[in-house]
Design a protein. Structure first.
Length: 330
């Protein structure tokens, strides 16, 4: 199906004046600002709301030209935002907290993932349905994520010493080969990869068991909040419109991702399933009531408590809702 062109003031005027003999008028050029959005990983449907915003002109309608900068293992989010190369970066509360401890002047302006995507993935014949089920199990994970597992255990009175941690690469293969009983991973990647092989993994979302940590957050510097506020509002307004459109048609979002990035090594069925599984992580009763990207004061308190378990100390002013209030208030 061909998507209709986005409605714009120029299109409306063109329709309204069709067939009228009007004198030629001088064309007024409008100044257009430019900004970059630093993504937290390589291109995939994980960022499809941004792709929709760019494709449908949600930013250009506001006289803002946005460049999307891919991330990756050698492209951390925080440095480009600090240097001003990127106006906004997509990060996570723990990474931002670590950067702030080192003196970075960040604020979290929006929260894309209302629920952290970390899960414990297992197979139905040996399931991990609740944290207590981890005891006596072998869990495959990167050793760098040990604080994450420890936080989950502390929150649920589970003895981590009764869990065997097996260092593994980020792959479903150790679980499928019986080398481990479960995996620490994201809901939207290894379980999706298994589903593509016809294997229905059981996933226990850690956010449902007290692990409160905002993910896919929008961060900017205090300097940008003071001096580039209009651009922050325009960028987030287009971004939020993109994600609302994504929610309405995740299949179209997946197709657009492959259309825009045909060399990213993506396949459509995987991207479609990932897109579906992101929706319950990104939208909630709170976002339905207040708008995409919103968070509550209670959620901040929960995040501060989880961050403390991860060895990070932050205060509530790390989260700044003023840009969202302007976006949704208008």
């Amino acid at each position: 199906m061909t998507r209709p062109a986005p409605f714009s003031r120029r299109r409306f005027l063109g329709t309204a004046t069709a067939g009228l003999a009007l004198p030629a008028l001088p064309r007024l050029a409008r100044a257009q600002s430019s900004a970059a959005l630093q993504l937290s990983w390589q291109h995939s449907v994980q960022f499809a709301g941004s792709y929709i915003a760019q494709d449908r002109g949600f930013w250009s309608e506001q006289d803002l030209e946005v460049t999307l900068l891919p991330g990756g293992p050698n492209a951390p989010v925080e440095p480009p935002v600090v240097s001003g190369t990127a106006l906004i970066g997509i990060s996570a509360a723990d990474y931002t907290a670590a950067a702030v401890e080192q003196g970075a002047p960040f604020r979290i302006l929006g929260v894309a993932m209302q629920k952290n995507p970390f899960v414990i993935a297992s197979l139905p014949d040996n399931p991990v349905a609740q944290p207590a089920d981890l005891m006596g199990k072998r869990i495959g994970m990167a050793l760098a994520n040990t604080p994450v597992l420890q936080a989950l255990c502390t929150l649920n009175d589970v003895d981590i010493d009764r869990i065997e941690v097996v260092p593994t690469q980020y792959s479903a293969q150790p679980l499928l080969a019986g080398e481990v009983d479960c995996l620490l991973c994201w809901e939207t990647d290894l379980p999706v990869a298994m589903a593509m092989q016809g294997i229905a993994a059981q996933t226990m979302l850690m956010a449902d068991h007290g692990y409160a940590l905002h993910s896919q957050t929008y961060i900017a510097t205090l300097d940008s909040l003071a001096n580039r506020r209009a651009e922050l509002v325009a960028l987030l307004r287009g971004e939020l419109r993109g994600w609302e459109a994504y929610r309405q048609d995740t299949a179209a979002a997946a197709a657009l991702t492959l259309q825009m990035y045909p060399d990213a090594g993506l396949d459509l069925p995987t991207q479609e399933l990932q897109a579906e599984r992101q929706v319950p992580l990104m939208f909630s009763e709170s976002t339905d009531e207040h708008g995409f990207g919103w968070w509550s004061d209670a959620a901040v308190e929960d995040n501060i408590a989880t961050l403390a378990l991860l060895g990070r100390t932050v205060t509530p002013d790390l989260w700044d809702r003023s840009i969202l209030e302007e976006v949704h208030g208008s």
